[in-house]
Design a protein around this ligand. Sequence first.
Ligand code: ATP
Length: 236
Amino acid sequence: MNLLTVKDLHASYGAIKVLHGVNVEVSKGGATAVLGANGAGKTTLLRAICGMITRSGTIELDGQPIDKLDTAEIARRGVAHVPQGRGTFTTLTAEENLRLGAYTRRKSPKLQQDFELVYSYFPRLYERRNQQAGTLSGGEQQMLAVGRALMLEPKLLVLDEPSFGLAPRIVQEIFGIMRKINREQHVSVLVVEQNANLALDFADRACVLETGVVVTSGSPEDMRQNEDVRRAYLGY
Ligand code: ATP
């Protein structure tokens, strides 16, 4: 059963067409990785799903169409986007950033519990909760971005290159936590990732995007056995 089903998605920036009929699926409780070279349209795919750019095609979340909704409503339906560059508010504290993540449900009686949940996954954020986000390390800022997304109580986390610019050890740590969140909280994940090995270890489905078209999709095993994918993205 799919949580997210994207069919024949087209997207453009003004006259520049970037996606040409993309199909992507994320199963309920699952994780899908999107691989692809620079400029393939991966970020654009995530933006199109989140309603941030002009798009056409069908996008269903839990069986409901979301392709005509605006970004705020898509977030309210449970899609939390962690953009490339993390999008943290640098002059606010870590805790204020988390609070903003829960803005749409700021009156929820569960808020305190959610802070505790985020801090249990990211104890480092608890230690740094009163520190300005801009002074956190890159890894801590990525943790904060994921933590803030969790404060939305999402059904689907949409992550754009979470490993970008981070040391391998920190990347492993963050993906380890992501895996726990995926399994324990049943939050599904759609992740764009340049580090294909890491992405295939994490996900249960994957696809390769090239110049706005999905050229291959399947299980991580299928991807690893595909010679073109191996050569282009896995480096062996
Ligand atoms: P990267 O890994 O480098 O981030 P990507 O696969 O995420 O690449 P996109 O950022 O989606 O690729 O870009 C796909 C294409 O769309 C590129 O040719 C890019 O130049 C173009 N593009 C991206 N953003 C805009 C924009 N705001 N206006 C016009 N063209 C854009």
